[in-house]
Write a protein that binds this ligand. Structure first.
Ligand SMILES: *Cc1c(COP(=O)(O)O)cnc(C)c1O
Length: 489
C-alpha cells in the first residue's frame, strides 16, 4: 500500500485552492492595527483544491465502517443503520427547529418526543422515560441519582450498590460518582449471578443491584425474578443495564422482570449511528415510584396539546441541555416505526440466531469458558492459541488483514483473553460465513505460523502500533526535519 503523504509534504510554495477577486472597495489595513496578526503562517501547507480533496478522500478509504462490512464488537451492537432514519432526521422542520422555539410552534417535534417516550415505555414494560441522557453511561448515572433521590426522600439513603463481576466498567463508575460504595457479586459456573452471594450481600445498607440482562457473556439471567425478589424484599432497587436490549426486543420486557429502572442505548439497540464519538443517547425508563424524580422538562399531552411540564419539586434537575439529543431520538423512532412490533421481535430473534451460528461454527477452534447457551453475543478466549504463543490481540490484529473489524477484546474481565463477538441481526449468512472462515484460517495460522499473527496486520496503512506510546506521546505537530518514516508511530 502506498503511504499517503502529509499535506505538509506535498506543499509547494504559491499553490492555491482558491482565488479571491480583486477588492473593488478601498481596503483599510489600519482597521486591524494593534491586533496580533501574522503576516505569514510558517510552513502552512500550500496545495491545490484537487490535492486536498484527493488527500482526504484517500484517507477516508483507509477507515473501516459499518457500511463496509461486519463490525462484530461485542457489547457495542454495531448494526447497520438504515438510511431512511437519516433522511427523516434531516428533514428541515425537524433539523432546523431551535430548541428555544415556543411550544406552540414546536408541537410536531414535541409530539415526536412524546410518542417516542411512550414507545420506549411500552417496549421496556416501564411507566415513563427520560430522553435526556446522552449515552448509556450518563443514563446509568441518572438512574442512580433517581434511586438516591427516592431513598433520601424516604429517609434511608443507604450506602452500597451491588454489581456482578461481569459488569461493564461504567456500572461501578456511575454508582461511585453518585456517592455509593461498590460491592462485587460473583458469577457462578454458568456465568450468571451467584444467588447465594447475592443473598449474603443484600443487606439493608444496599441501595441497589445493577444487573445487565442478558449479561456481558450474552447469558440470560434466567433467575431474574428471584434476583429482583431478593433485592426488593430488602428494600433495594434493581437497576438494569439495558445495553443488551437487542437480544430481548419484542420477546420480553425488563418491566415484567420487576426491574425498577434501566437505560437503553439508542446508538446500539435502536440503530442510530455509533462510533466516532457520537452523538448517542441513553434514555432512562422507570417504574412509577421513581417518576416524581425524573429530570425536567417532562413532556406531557393533554387535550391534544403537547406541553413541557416543569412543576416537579422532587426532580433531580437537568442532566442535559434542552431535550437531549433530539435527532438521535428521531432516528430511533423512525427505526421503531419502520420495523413495527413484528420487525422488532425479529431483530432479537435474528441477533440471537446469528450469534449462535458463529458460536457453534467456531467452538472447536476457540475456547469457550462458559458452555451456557448465549443470546446475542458469544465470548471466546485465546486459551487454545495462548499455548502457541498467540494472544487475543494477535488474533484481532490479524482479522484486519482479512478485512474484518476485530471483535471486542479482553472484556468481560472474568474471561481471560476474551474475544467477544456480537454479529447483530443485520448480517447475511454470507458475511457471517466469511467471518467464520477468517477466524478458522487464523486458528490454523496460529498453529502453522504464529509469527505471522504476532506481526499482523500486514495489509494496512500502518502496521502494529505501540498503543501505549501512541496514547502517551502522541505526535501532533509536524516537524520539518524529522525522518518522515518515523511519523507513523
Ligand atoms: C455500551 C455499554 C455501556 C455504556 O454505554 P455508552 O452509551 O457507551 O455510555 C454500559 N453497559 C454495557 C453492557 C454496554 O455495552
Amino acid at each position: 500500500m502506498i503511504r499517503e503523504p502529509l499535506l505538509f509534504d506535498i506543499s509547494e510554495k504559491g499553490k492555491r485552492g482558491f482565488r479571491l477577486p480583486e477588492l473593488d472597495v478601498p481596503g483599510d489595513p489600519s482597521l486591524l492595527k494593534g491586533l496580533p496578526l501574522r503576516t505569514e503562517i510558517e510552513d502552512f501547507p500550500q496545495v491545490s483544491e484537487v490535492e486536498v480533496v484527493r488527500h482526504f478522500t484517500r484517507l477516508s478509504k483507509t477507515n473501516y465502517c459499518v457500511d463496509e462490512g461486519l463490525y462484530p464488537l461485542g457489547s457495542c451492537t454495531m448494526k447497520y443503520n438504515p438510511k431512511i432514519n437519516e433522511v427523516i432526521a434531516s428533514m428541515k422542520p425537524i433539523s432546523y427547529i431551535h430548541p428555544y422555539a415556543p411550544e406552540e410552534l414546536s408541537q410536531g417535534n414535541l409530539e415526536i418526543l412524546y410518542v417516542f417516550e411512550r414507545y420506549l415505555s411500552e417496549i421496556t414494560g416501564m411507566d415513563a422515560a427520560s430522553l435526556q441522557p446522552s449515552a448509556g453511561a450518563q443514563g446509568e448515572l441518572l438512574g442512580m441519582m433517581l434511586i438516591r433521590a427516592c431513598l433520601e426522600d424516604h429517609g434511608d439513603p443507604r450506602k452500597t450498590v451491588l454489581i456482578p463481576d461481569s459488569a461493564h466498567g461504567t456500572n461501578p463508575s456511575s454508582a461511585h460518582i453518585c456517592g455509593y460504595g461498590i460491592k462485587e457479586i460473583h458469577s457462578d459456573g454458568s456465568g450468571r449471578i451467584d444467588i447465594e452471594d447475592l443473598k449474603k450481600n443484600m443487606t439493608k445498607e444496599v441501595a441497589a443491584l445493577m444487573v445487565t440482562n442478558p449479561n456481558t457473556l450474552g447469558v440470560f439471567e434466567s433467575d431474574i425474578k428471584k434476583i429482583t425478589g431478593i433485592v426488593h424484599s430488602n428494600g433495594g432497587f434493581v437497576y438494569m443495564d439495558g445495553a443488551n436490549m437487542n437480544a430481548l426486543l419484542g420477546v420480553c420486557r425488563p418491566g415484567d422482570m420487576d426491574v425498577d429502572v434501566l437505560h437503553l442505548n439508542l446508538h446500539k439497540t435502536f440503530s442510530t449511528p455509533h462510533g466516532g464519538g457520537g452523538p448517542g443517547a441513553g434514555p432512562v425508563a422507570v417504574k412509577s415510584g421513581l417518576e416524581p424524580y425524573l429530570p425536567l422538562p417532562v413532556i406531557k399531552k393533554d387535550n391534544g396539546k403537547i406541553f413541557c411540564e416543569y412543576d416537579r419539586p422532587k426532580s433531580v434537575g437537568k442532566v442535559r441541555s434542552f431535550y437531549g439529543n433530539f435527532l438521535v431520538a428521531v432516528k430511533a423512532l423512525a427505526y421503531i416505526l419502520s420495523l413495527g412490533p413484528k420487525g422488532l421481535r425479529e431483530v432479537a430473534e435474528f441477533a440471537v440466531l446469528n450469534s449462535n451460528y458463529i458460536r457453534k461454527s467456531l467452538d472447536e477452534h476457540y475456547h469457550l469458558q462458559y458452555e451456557t447457551p448465549s443470546l446475542h453475543e458469544c465470548v471466546f478466549s485465546d486459551k487454545f492459541q495462548k499455548e502457541l504463543g498467540v494472544s487475543n490481540l494477535d488474533i484481532a490484529k490479524r482479522l484486519i488483514d482479512y478485512n474484518v473489524h476485530p471483535p471486542t477484546m479482553s472484556f468481560p474481565l472474568i474471561v481471560h483473553g476474551a474475544l467477544m463477538i456480537e454479529p447483530t441481526e443485520t448480517e447475511s449468512k454470507r458475511d457471517l460465513d466469511n467471518f467464520i472462515q477468517a477466524m478458522k484460517e487464523i486458528a490454523r495460522e496460529a498453529k502453522e505460523n504464529p509469527t505471522l499473527l504476532k506481526e499482523a496486520p500486514h495489509q494496512t496503512y500502518v502496521r502494529r502500533l505501540d498503543e501505549t506510546k501512541a496514547a502517551r506521546n502522541p505526535v501532533l505537530k509536524w516537524e520539518k526535519k524529522s525522518d518522515k518514516n518515523d511519523r507513523q508511530t
